[in-house]
Design a protein around this ligand. Structure first.
Ligand code: CMP
Length: 135
């Protein structure tokens, strides 16, 4: 069994897509193990997206992820990391296939609706960052 971490981003919460997005993970067969709504602080966003600090879009990315409340979840299931990344689609909404979350609901970065962990190491770090070291 594998666990992964997702953020339903502020633009998706504003558009009322929380239920639609969580439904897609649940109907695939993944279990929601933890769930919370909160607003990400600028300091936490800088840590979370620290690997993008040198990118020209970093300020826009920080502004987008701190713009309002998000919904964060820990999802569990066989190959959860890969399944979730397939369900959300390519990072660039223009390349995300119709049928994927980004392909169906997003038109341009940084507003790609969902963040998801890309490896077991990242998932462990992100779960600990947002749900605490014992999650
Ligand atoms: P996410 O999966 O949360 O991880 C990093 C985020 O950076 C990504 O989703 C997008 O929101 C954002 N991003 C990636 N590439 C670009 C880009 N070229 N311009 C603006 N934002 C981007």
């Amino acid at each position: 069994m594998e666990r992964t971490f997702i953020i339903v981003k502020p633009e998706a919460v504003k558009r009322g897509l929380v239920g639609e997005i969580l439904k897609r993970f649940e109907q695939k067969g993944l279990q929601i193990k933890r769930l919370q709504m909160s607003t990400i602080s600028e300091d936490t966003a800088k840590v979370h997206y620290g690997h993008h600090a040198d990118k020209p879009f970093f300020p826009d990315l920080l502004a987008a992820i701190t713009a309002g409340p998000v919904v964060m979840a820990v999802l569990e299931g066989p190959n959860a990391i890969g399944h979730v990344r397939n369900l959300i689609g390519a990072t660039n909404p223009l390349e995300a296939k119709p049928g994927s979350i980004r392909g169906d609901f997003a038109v341009a970065n940084p507003y790609n609706m969902v963040h998801a962990s890309d490896s077991p190491e990242t998932a462990a770090a992100e779960i600990a960052r947002f749900f605490g070291p014992d999650a």
